[in-house]
Design a binder for this molecule. Structure first.
Ligand code: NCD
Length: 306
């Protein structure tokens, strides 16, 4: 595997290796301080980002490498009409590995086809977000100690939420998984994700609009933001944006060892009163994002012979 475009580009065994590597980095950070000396990561971000871009950059810096790139399309030649393919080919002359976020589904795949260095999809439109999924998997592993026999609830914008699509695909490869899909009708999981990752694999699932009703069943509750930037009109967004607000009373019937996850940024969907509950993992999750990206950069550079 030269690039990471879809989480299914990685086998279950490769994911286990990345998790083991990230855990080793957490335990022995000094061992890795020079691992990417003289190597460069280019971050090509055509869409806003805080955690993904900065955790990629922090990851490369902590490996002893350097970073270059842009954080908005307007400051790159995209503003002059350059294609993603030409940009990727050009950046291959200046860096060893690319992390790209783009509002168009499939753009990182197009980039990977013309780049001569590995390309990592850092989020493509409402489609996929494989490195958030690696972050989520490391979090599940560290919080729960397993990937099998888990009931995962996904709540909020399951239609446009790319982190949801990638995590459901990834979790569908483990045993004893149940999915609980909680959303307004307008924001249901796309049928292609449901077909490929749930129905064809015979995985049990429940679809509901009522979060409190299913709360007692959940081992993991994955909250998401309503993806304003993907809506066609503002009225629909305003109507749907506060469909779910997780607060302490709603957790009354939750399991004592529930893990509450969120890829962040949060808008309104989790009350800040929940942050101090030990079951809230979302800031630990953000930290895990740096370590798993360190593991991923090491793997892809090694495979590319760089
Ligand atoms: C997510 C994204 O960009 O899809 N954020 C992230 O990378 N942590 C989720 C979101 O923006 O809601």
């Amino acid at each position: 595997m030269k690039s990471l475009i879809n989480i299914l580009d990685l086998s279950v065994e490769e994911i286990d290796e990345l998790i083991a590597k990230a855990n080793d980095i957490i335990a022995n950070p000094d061992k890795y301080r020079e691992a990417c000396r003289y190597k460069k990561l280019a971050t090509l971000f055509y869409e806003p980002s805080t955690r993904t871009r900065l955790s990629f950059e922090a990851a490369m810096l902590e490996l002893g490498g350097s970073v270059l790139g842009f954080s908005e399309a307007n400051s790159s030649s995209a503003a002059k009409g350059e294609s993603v393919a030409d940009t990727a080919r050009t950046v291959s002359c200046y860096a060893d590995i690319i992390a790209m976020r783009h509002p168009k589904e499939g753009a990182p795949l197009v980039a990977a086809r013309s780049a001569s260095i590995p390309v990592i999809n850092a989020g493509d439109g409402g489609h996929n977000h494989p490195t958030q999924t690696l972050t989520d998997l490391l979090t599940i592993y560290r919080e729960k100690g397993r990937f099998n026999n888990l009931t995962l609830g996904f709540c909020g914008d399951l239609k446009f939420g790319r982190t949801v699509h990638s995590l459901i695909s990834a979790m569908s490869r483990y045993q004893g998984i149940k999915f609980v899909l909680i959303s307004p009708h307008e924001l249901k999981l796309p049928s292609y994700v449901k077909k490929d990752a749930i129905k064809e694999k015979g995985i049990p699932y429940v679809q509901t609009t009522d979060l409190e009703e299913v709360m007692p069943d959940l081992d993991i509750l994955y909250m998401t933001r309503v993806q304003r930037e993907r809506f066609f009109n503002e009225e629909d967004y305003l109507r749907l944006k506060d469909s779910y607000i997780l607060d302490m009373p709603k957790l009354a019937n939750a399991k004592a060892d529930l893990s509450i996850m969120h890829p962040l940024p949060r808008v309104n969907e989790i009350s800040t009163a929940v942050d101090d509950d030990p079951r809230a993992c979302y800031f630990r999750q953000a930290l895990n994002g740096k370590y798993i990206r360190m593991a991923l950069i090491l793997k892809l550079l090694e495979e590319a012979g760089r």
